[in-house]
Every structure is written in C-alpha cells, then in structure tokens.
Design a protein around this ligand. Sequence first.
Ligand code: SAH
Length: 346
Amino acid sequence: MTVKKKDVRALTKEQLRQFFVDKGEKPFRGNQVHEWLWQKSAHSFDGMTNLSLSARTMLQEHFVINHIKVDQMQRSSDGTIKNAVRLHDDLVVESVLIPTKTRTTACVSSQVGCSLDCTFCATSRLKRMRNLNPDEIYDQVVAMDNESRLYFDRPLSNIVFMGMGEPLMNYNNVLKAIDKITSPEGLGMSPKRITVSTSGVPKLIKRMADEQVRFKLAVSLHSAIDAIRTSIMPFNATFTLADLREALIYWYAKTKSRITYEYVVWEGINDTQKDVDALVAFCRFAPSKVNLIEYNPIDDGKFKQAGNAALQMYQRTLEANDITVTVRRSRGKDIDAACGQLANKS
Ligand code: SAH
C-alpha cells in the first residue's frame, strides 16, 4: 500500500524542528528547511543545498512539496498579466498582476470556484471545488512578485484578495497565508498593503476584528437596499444588510480601519437617487470610502453598466456627503482578467 505523502508546508517551524529531533538530527535543520520553503520558495528538496544528502532523503521519504505551476501566462494590451495556475490535483485557478504608474498589485484567488452565487460574476458559474491551502495562496503571490520584478523592474507593492472565491469562506487558510506573506520569515510585506475583499459574512468580519488583523477590508456592496442586493447577491437573504452593518460597526470600533465598498452601478438596477441615498445612509455607520467599479460584461447581456449621468449622480451625492469616492477603470478586459471575469475559460 502506498501512503500519500503529506505536503511539508503544512508543518510549522516547530513541527519541522521536531521532525528532525525524532530522526536523531539537530533541530536547527528544521529552521533551515523552513527558510527554504518560505523565504526561498524552494520547489524541491534537492535544491536545499545546505542540508546533508541524508537529511534531504529523509524529507523526500516523508513529504512532498505541492508547489503551484503557472500553466499559462497571458498579457493584456494594458500590461495586465493573467496566470492560469495549476494545483497539484490538476485543478486550475487564476491570478492577475496589475501594473500602474506607481504600483503593481497582485489579485489572488482563495478558492477553486466559489460557493456564492452573485448573478453578475463569471466565477459564480463554477462550482466551488475546494479551498486553497495557505501555501497555494502564498505561491500565487511569489509567482507574481517574480513576474513583477521581471516585467516591471520592481517588487509587488499590493495584494488584493479579489480573485476567484470568497476569502472569508476559507477564513483560516487565508489568514495563515497572510501571516506568511507579512512575516519576516516569509515575504515581509506590510499588512497595510493587503486588502481582503468580501461579499460580507458578518460573523467572520467580527472575528477578524477580534483578532486585530492589520490588513484592509473591502466589502462588495453593490446595493444598500436589501431587496435589490438579494436579487443580485442571493446570499444576502441569509446575511442581511442589517447584520452586515452591525459587523462593520464592530470592525471599525475594534480596528479603526476605514472600510472600502466596492460598487457597480447597473442600468435599471441601482441607478436611481433612492439607491444613492441608501448607500449614503449605509456609509454613515462607519468611516468608509466608495469605489465605483466598472462593470465587466460576462456575455449574457443581463447586466448593463449605467451611463455617465448615473455615475456622476453617485459621485456628486457621495462627495456632497463627505464620503470619499473613486472611480476605477477595468484592467485586463481583453484577456478576461478583469473583476468578475475569472472563469478558467482557457
Ligand atoms: N468574493 C469576494 C472577492 C471576489 S470578487 C467579494 O465578493 O468581494 C472581486 C470584486 O469583483 C467584487 O467586488 C465583485 O463584486 C466584483 N465583480 C464581480 N463580478 C463583476 C463584474 N462582472 N464586473 C465588475 N465587477 C465584478
């Protein structure tokens, strides 16, 4: 019988040290392996050159390294890069690297598919297959950091959890990945440069607040009126705006970190003054900022981006109420890399 070997990156540094102690080796071997795995992102045990051959063989006998593989890389005419990322069990997720004048932002996936059913999002058509492991999230970031250095001559500056999946539905692994990304023993990035975007799971927003996380929070709101939000984001029937609002008040009280709302304005859905007024009222509960994002059509033509008049009404009303508002243009549309377009088409 063959026993399936465990991924060595599921072990903590302490467990790695213990592994070597149990084998009659020095515990510091565990530190060396930990450094190879995370700081140096080793893909194999062979490459761990400061370990003895016997130590490497020991590792080989017990563990595997299930590193991701960038199967295909597409480049958009605007410089955006989309990676199709193959996992060890042959499932595929996508991640996107977005360069601007001053930043390069990595958009990472947290799940294969998604269990939410937002009607305007291409990923919702893929069934949720499984959660990504912390190392699979970490690997996406490392791959894009390398690409950023190679193509744009600078390291990654920001990370957004806006790829496939709902990060809070994979809470533990996402937080573990962020720990490694921000740790000096990992990539050492500042948590302030990381944004977790969620459709809003109230209980878990509160839990993040309790854990005093230091990354930023973005909420995909799209409507501050329950009936409308439920019609486009059906899970809102369970996690209602009142619950969300309460959780966000709690978040701000604990973290003092401003919330960003992502919001698309669609023709005939949320493009009236009443919709803006509801949004303004929602924003009053905690310091917030609204990011008006461009709609990226996902081919069935049910949704249509509202025209300039509606967008200007939103901008005007929000600004008149002292709410910061930004308008975000889509990037990478020509290669289906923009928000809501990730669906493993190729
Ligand atoms: N599940 C998380 C993160 C993934 S979606 C969340 O809901 O926040 C990233 C962002 O893209 C969300 O704000 C989402 O509402 C938005 N989005 C989804 N489909 C879109 C589309 N077709 N056009 C524009 N934005 C879209």
